[in-house]
Write a protein of this length. Structure first.
Length: 450
């Protein structure tokens, strides 16, 4: 049952509508920005992040999308109302708040069904959207490459399609216009068919990109050793870490924004032991990442699924870090990367306070990608983990086969070479690919004492 009101004005430091004197300032500075009320349902589920932290994250998402939150509304209720999500009384209350504060849009923390969204929009006389739509909007704003744009558009269309029918009534009264066919067929249904075609077109385009990327990574496999993917919650510092590792300051985009990175960037890197590896920076995750986005970002996320090792970057300054870790692991499971070896890296050590959750993860390392602190230790741990994945083999290759010797150097980490008569005996670390290709020349597994 719905319980009492819990309308919370935003914290005063946010400069929102509720702030004393903020009304005027807000009006001057932000007159063109969309004004938003955010609404959350507190189901009392202990496993979830606290509702306050969820609302803060939603506010962060809304402001990243370029709008201002002027009010928070939290409703305590065990489960959502099927028709209006929050119940009639609360709907009326939010409508009045929206009128009072001149609000453009109501944003819900949970996914709304198309019917709920339709009912709410009618009652509010303004748009009602959910967190998924906000995330899609941020992705749309941040997409810059053709691949990124296609992925976001696909996710948006898949999100939009089931929601079109409900809105069709209003739109269809405006008359069909050119392209409207058949009795009773609305313009929207024609649009819908076009959109379905567009979905298929985008899927085809993305499959082609996926194929090209697979070939590229196969070529990489041939020529070099292992690859790692930097994964983690959005804004954890993944791109900062890539820049720190490659000693570049402008390679990957670093920004105090959610989902600043959408397209993966891959760079070669030399580990302390001299091994060359590939490191990829990837799109950030968030809890309850919209399923359509995960689906649409398959080509991008393949970089993660195909890695030999994951460097899981966590914002160590966040007291809810362990919940972020769980949220990231859920997405990893969804993309088939749950079984990959993972090194947890607590970042932002320079600002992480006392009592950080770091102590609960004894295998993890603590770093600051910003100052470089702890990065060397992380690198040597990475080397160890990668090395542990490669067994050492002894190979015997005729000296006359310069091509094969070159291949071994390309595909393996050569530890020792010894000329014995007309044969070159080599000890080298091989991954499964190199092992398969060089199997005719492998004499046996050597023990790892070198
Ligand atoms: N204090 C501190 N801030 C950091 C550190 N590493 C990253 N940041 C800051 O955290 C913010 C996010 O950094 P990014 O590297 O863009 O994070 P990301 O994980 O790539 O984020 P998305 O691509 O948006 O998912 C930026 O403002 C960085 O300057 C760190 O070690 N210490
Ligand atoms: Mg990034």
């Amino acid at each position: 049952m719905p319980d009492s009101h819990s309308v919370t004005p935003p914290d005063s430091h946010r400069g929102g509508f509720g702030e004393q004197g903020g009304e005027e300032r807000g009006f001057i500075d932000r007159s063109f920005r969309e004004r938003i009320i955010i609404v959350g349902l507190d189901t009392g589920n202990e496993k979830d992040l606290s509702i306050a932290a969820q609302m803060d994250e939603l506010e962060r998402l809304v402001s990243t999308a370029g709008a201002d939150v002027v009010h928070h509304v939290v409703q305590r209720r065990e489960s959502p109302d099927p028709a209006s999500f929050i119940g009639k009384g609360k709907v009326q209350e939010i409508y009045e708040l929206a009128e009072k504060y001149d609000v453009d849009t109501i944003v819900f923390n949970d996914e709304l069904s198309p019917a709920q969204q339709n009912n709410l929009e009618k009652a509010f006389k303004r748009s009602a959207i959910d967190r998924t739509a906000v995330i899609l909007d941020i992705f749309a704003q941040n997409a810059s490459t053709p691949e990124g744009k296609a992925q976001v558009e696909l996710a948006q269309l898949q999100y939009l399609l089931p929601r079109l029918r409900g809105r069709g009534v209003a739109l269809s009264q405006q008359g069909g216009g050119i392209g409207t066919r058949g009795p009773g067929e609305t313009k929207l249904e024609v649009d819908r068919r076009r959109l379905v075609r567009k979905v298929h077109y985008l899927q085809k385009q993305l499959n082609e990109i996926c194929l090209a990327r697979k070939n590229q990574s196969k070529r990489r496999r041939k020529s070099v050793n292992q690859s790692i993917a930097i994964v983690g919650y959005t804004n954890a510092g993944k791109s900062t870490l890539l820049n720190c590792l490659t000693q570049s300051h402008d390679d990957a985009l670093v920004a105090d924004r959610l989902f600043a990175t959408l397209d993966p960037i891959t760079r070669a890197l030399q580990l302390p032991g001299g091994e060359r590896i590939f490191v990829s920076d990837t799109v950030g995750f968030v809890r309850n990442l919209p399923h359509h986005l995960v689906e649409a970002f398959k080509t991008t996320l393949d970089v993660v699924a195909e890695a030999d090792l994951l460097v899981h970057v966590v914002d160590g300054s966040n007291p809810d870090a362990s919940k972020d870790i769980a949220a990231v692991r859920m997405v990893l499971a969804e993309i088939g990367a749950a079984e990959l070896p993972e090194l947890i890296v607590f970042n932002k050590a320079d600002v992480a306070g006392e009592g950080s959750v770091f102590v609960d993860y004894p295998e993890a390392v603590q770093i600051s990608a910003k100052t470089g602190e702890g990065v060397e230790k992380m690198m040597s741990k990475l080397s160890d983990l990668l090395r542990a994945k490669l067994a050492v083999y002894e190979l015997a290759i005729p000296l006359s086969r310069g091509d094969l010797i070159a291949q071994v150097h390309r595909e393996a980490q050569v530890l020792i070479e010894d000329v014995q008569g007309d044969t070159l005996v080599m000890r080298a670390r091989l991954d499964s690919y190199a092992r398969a290709r060089l199997r005719n020349h492998i004499k046996g597994e050597a023990n790892e004492t070198i």
